[in-house]
Design a protein around this ligand. Structure first.
Ligand SMILES: [Zn+2]
Length: 509
């Protein structure tokens, strides 16, 4: 357990400054329920078609945010004097008929794409690639024995089922060549999975330096069974992870040849929108507090991002995910820009895209930052912040730096907001790895990730604007305003918990 004493000492000077700077706190009043409601209705309107990456509607939202940043008087923080940073994408045509997985070893065979195996997500390796195979299972060890030597560049088999997200969030950062989910789906479900037909896919050629989303295939349990028994892995052990740690079992003598051919149809791009408010202190203004959210969502079924129609409704509006965070960032920009007096450090407001496809926009910014990343002292990320209980927000990553302690002090000083920051309510979901802050954390930027959490409308057509609690979201945004002010005015920049730094940043560098 960490020492509260040391953390408090690091935080106190910042709070003293924040209390002296009464004038800057005046900005919070500009964040209103009516404003939040109005902007959610714009961003999550049906005309935005769910803001898939890339799409003209995503570009329209990026232009709307840029227009607001200009109106508030922010400095452009994008490419060549604009508010937009574009990253390149490729649209590819995938033909399942020409794809297959060849298995060499004790139980040789061919899994035909579209019949035996489906490519459901991620980025397949181009052309023909051969790799060895490992199975990741639960283990009786006290800690995970997974490491990059066991997983990187290999084909990893995982059982599909409850808890698979948390397991995948540990496996994917280790960069396997591909993940094959072993699933016992009945035919009725199998037929509804993506990957049966010729389809267009969007690829991010910059991916690789950032968080990669390797190809994710699904194979039927019955098809994969022989392979496991020949490799000496009991198929029943696959699902036995529960709360247990993970270990990787190589399938001895087995190699898999992936044959995936795609054709480049066209080049495209997607935007991040970036505005900067310069700080007031001649020295500290060279440091930045970053506020982020993602403006993209999963579009319509045609976008191939997982939106499924329900009756006549085929638009996944993404009002909460992450229209709500996008609105929070706009509200924060307006609040800071309209306040009397500016904080000492500079502030960067950024709405990214491609989050739903694999944190693409934030990864691109982290690799091509328009302000020096070493001078970004914190990222405060909001993803899904407009739902659930009236008076709480979950704060992910609060244990990894003293930002969590700063937040508690700020919340205690602003009890009138009636927003209680609580810890991760969904630890099995691996949320720390599932939004844009992760791309900054892994590069050494302390982060807090705010979310009011999952709900039954998550990634459904029913995540619509009428369900957003705009009054709560306004109070939440005011809390982030006061936190941002405290961080921007503190004499010291936020400090990592050293153990967390080693785990999260040390693993990358
Ligand atoms: Zn989402």
């Amino acid at each position: 357990m960490r020492s509260h004493l040391i953390l408090l000492l690091a935080v106190l000077p910042g709070l003293a400054v924040a209390q002296r700077q009464q004038s800057s706190a005046s900005g919070a009043a500009s964040i209103t329920t009516a404003d939040v409601r109005r902007r959610i209705n714009i961003i999550a309107d049906d005309s935005m078609l769910g803001r898939a990456t890339p799409s003209p509607q995503l570009d329209a939202v990026a232009a709307y945010v840029a227009g607001e940043f200009r109106r508030f008087g922010l400095k452009p923080g994008g490419d060549s004097g604009t508010y937009l940073q574009h990253y390149p994408l490729e649209v590819l045509r995938f033909d399942p008929e020409s794809a297959a997985i060849q298995i060499a070893g004790p139980a040789p065979g061919t899994w035909r794409s579209g019949q035996d195996v489906l490519l459901v997500d991620g980025q397949p390796p181009a052309g023909t690639v051969t790799a060895s195979a490992v199975v990741v299972t639960g283990s009786a060890q006290t800690s995970d024995t997974l490491d990059s030597s066991a997983v990187t560049g290999k084909v990893v088999f995982l059982a599909y089922g409850p808890g698979v997200n948390a397991v995948a969030s540990k496996v994917l950062p280790l960069r396997p060549l591909a993940v094959i989910l072993v699933a016992g789906f009945p035919d009725s479900i199998w037929q509804t999975l993506p990957g049966h037909k010729v389809s267009e896919r969007v690829r991010n050629p910059s991916e690789g330096g950032g968080v990669t989303t390797p190809a994710v295939f699904v194979v039927r349990s019955a098809t994969a069974g022989a392979l496991f028994s020949q490799g000496g892995v009991n198929p029943d052990s696959l699902r036995a992870w529960g709360d247990r740690s993970l270990s990787a079992h190589p399938l001895a003598g087995v190699s898999l040849r992936l044959d995936v051919h795609e054709q480049l149809l066209q080049h495209a791009s997607a935007p991040n929108t970036i505005g900067i408010l310069e700080g007031s202190d001649p020295v500290l203004k060279k440091e930045y507090v970053l506020f982020t959210a993602h403006m993209d969502h999963i579009g319509t079924p045609a976008a191939g991002e997982g939106c499924v129609a329900s009756g006549a409704d085929s638009i996944c509006n993404g009002a909460d995910d992450d229209g709500s965070g996008t609105v929070a960032v706009i509200e924060l920009a307006q609040a800071f820009a309209s306040a009397r007096g500016r904080p000492k450090r500079s502030l960067v407001f950024m709405t990214v895209s491609g989050e739903e496809r694999g944190l693409w926009g934030s990864a691109y910014f982290a690799d091509h930052p328009t302000v020096p990343l070493a001078d970004v002292v914190a990222d405060l990320n909001s993803d899904m912040v407009g739902r659930n209980s009236k008076d709480t927000v979950a704060v992910i990553g609060r244990e990894h730096s003293n930002l969590g302690t700063t937040l508690d002090s700020v919340a205690a000083a602003h009890r009138e907001l009636n927003i209680k920051p609580v810890g991760d309510l969904w630890p099995q979901e691996g949320l720390y790895f599932r939004s844009d802050h992760y791309n900054f954390a892994r590069k050494g930027v302390p982060i807090l990730f705010f979310t009011t959490g999952l709900h039954p409308d998550y990634h459904k057509v029913s995540d619509s604007a009428d369900k957003i609690d705009a009054e709560k979201e306004a109070r939440f945004a005011r809390l982030v305003y006061h936190l941002g002010l405290a961080v921007a005015n503190a004499s010291q920049r936020p400090q990592w918990n050293p153990k967390s730094y080693k785990q999260i940043v040390g693993a990358e560098n």
